[in-house]
Design a protein around this ligand. Structure first.
Ligand code: CTP
Length: 473
């Protein structure tokens, strides 16, 4: 009799000779233990860790100059290196620099543990429960330093997967070889080594950069299952970096949209914000449509297409000019025709337009927030921008002055102009507001006087099937 201590329980078994196989239970702990042992040995033989031999691209053979790296990131890299640790720039910043874009942040990967990083930097704050990260603070600027993490298969005990195969825990330190294979795309897995200014490429990322290709590391279908947000990241990178996708990465992308049903609405909301800030929102939305991902994120009516195209190309232009884009405005544009369709239906029951918009918004926002966790304040803004479409039709007395003071006036006004531009019958109203907005006080008084004079006792016309939002005066 042999006794094995499994921590929680002890298992006693008789060695195999003279063993009655029929009595072995398949789920017996010792069977799982042996299976695990065999798997580990097999894995060791084929482990990517043993296979990975990086390509080192010396400084003379790549285009990343230190002058393009943020000085705070350089300070952190040098300090880690001087203290004897490995220190690399990694991820989006290396990719962007190689492709000629300006990185939005500089992330660092190191073999130093969070506590060791904290000891090196007075301005360091450790964050995160799932995985501890070090934030090195330079005033408003934050440089994120992450200790190399291991791939989940190399850390069974710490790995957490949901029943859909998604990774839900990810909290074990590893080596650079481990760190590289848990990254998503090959172009996101290049390491710039501060020790000799070379680029370390374990997975062929440099070739993809040259060929402008997006390629998932490992088996694409498996990697999309592990983290379905990669579907959205793929689409965002394709649009933002204006690159192509390899056939084997694209094929599962075409068919796996349903996986997004398993991702939390909070995480999807964060991804949508990234899309809105990417400067390539229009191209991303077109790809979301192509890969049938749009309906996983938005309540969207195809009637919104033209409105969305015009609004999003304006937004991208603003981002490229260094301005910001209001997510509330973009959500309103996306939702607008769905709201309008509901309003048309509700109005048929005789409900006044303003109340019909309120009611339609309740339904649409409820459906939308089941997909994305839109914060309350943002929902309030969406509601106000929609309601303004009706309020902007009130042009008598002091109304227009009050509307000019409304905190959401500019967004409501912009939407009105876009609606006119994209064929809704609100051209006269939009032109009036454009004029009123840019007029002197005297001209405004004159305009209001004319409106007053033109106002006839209201005759109710037959309602057309379309909603009368903003079509009345
Ligand atoms: N990463 C990953 N899988 C994710 C998120 C991030 O592999 N789901 C890795 C990639 O190596 C990525 C890096 O972490 O490059 C940084 O991630 P993030 O800042 O989210 O994206 P970037 O690639 O930097 O791209 P962008 O700056 O355009 O968001």
């Amino acid at each position: 009799m042999v006794c094995i201590d499994l921590g929680q329980e002890r298992v006693y078994y008789t060695p195999l000779f003279g063993f009655d196989k029929s009595k072995i239970k398949r789920d017996h702990p010792i069977i799982s233990l042996l299976k695990g042992f065999i798997k580990t040995i097999k894995k060791k033989k084929t482990s990517p860790k043993n296979k990975l031999a990086p390509l080192i691209i010396p400084r003379a053979e790549h285009t990343i100059s230190r002058s393009a790296i943020h000085r705070n990131a350089l300070k952190v890299l040098y300090r880690l290196n001087e203290a004897g640790f490995d220190a690399y720039l990694v991820g989006g910043c290396v990719r962007d620099l190689l492709l000629g874009y300006t990185p939005k942040d500089f992330d660092i990967a190191t073999n130093a543990r969070p506590e060791e990083i904290r000891r090196l930097f007075k301005n360091c704050r450790l964050i995160g429960k799932r995985f501890r990260l070090a934030h090195i603070l330079f005033g408003q600027d934050v440089i994120e330093v992450a200790t190399f993490r291991t791939h989940h298969e190399n850390a069974q005990e710490a790995q957490g997967k949901s029943r859909h195969g998604m990774i839900v825990r990810d909290n074990v330190y590893g080596t650079i070889e481990d760190d590289v294979i848990r990254r998503d795309f090959r172009i996101n897995a290049l390491y710039y080594n501060i020790a000799d200014y070379s680029i370390v490429d374990f997975v062929g990322g440099m070739q993809d950069i040259k060929e402008k290709m997006l390629h998932l590391i490992g088996d694409p279908a498996k990697r999309f299952h592990e983290d379905p947000v990669r579907l959205l990241r793929a689409v965002r990178f394709l649009a933002k970096l204006n690159i192509n996708i390899t056939k084997e990465t694209e094929e599962p992308l075409m068919t796996l949209s349903h996986l997004l049903n398993n991702v939390s609405a909070a995480r999807l909301f964060q991804e949508v914000l990234k899309i809105f800030q990417s400067g390539a929102t229009l191209a991303t939305i077109h790809l979301l449509q192509k890969y049938q991902l749009m309906s996983k994120l938005f309540i969207y009516s195809t009637a919104s297409k033209t409105l969305l195209d015009v609004a999003l190309s304006n937004t991208d232009k603003r981002i490229h000019e260094g301005k910001t884009a209001s997510p509330a405005f973009l959500f309103t544009v996306i939702l607008w025709h769905s709201v309008l369709e509901q309003v048309t239906q509700i109005e048929q029951s005789g409900m006044p337009t303003y109340l019909a918009i309120e009611k339609a918004l309740q339904t649409i926002l409820k459906q939308q927030t089941e997909r994305l966790t839109i914060p309350r304040l943002m929902q309030l803004s969406i509601r106000e921008i929609c309601l303004l479409q009706h309020r902007l039709t009130y042009r008598r007395g002091k109304h227009p002055y009050r509307l000019l003071e409304h905190p959401r006036f500019r967004a409501g006004y912009d939407l009105l102009l876009l609606r006119a531009q994209t064929g809704e019958p609100v051209q006269e109203l939009a032109t009036w507001w454009q004029q009123f907005y840019s007029s002197t006080p005297e001209q405004r008084e004159k305009m209001l006087h004319e409106i007053q004079r033109a106002a006839q006792p209201k005759k109710r016309k037959n309602r057309s099937k379309k909603s009368n939002v903003a079509y009345t005066q």
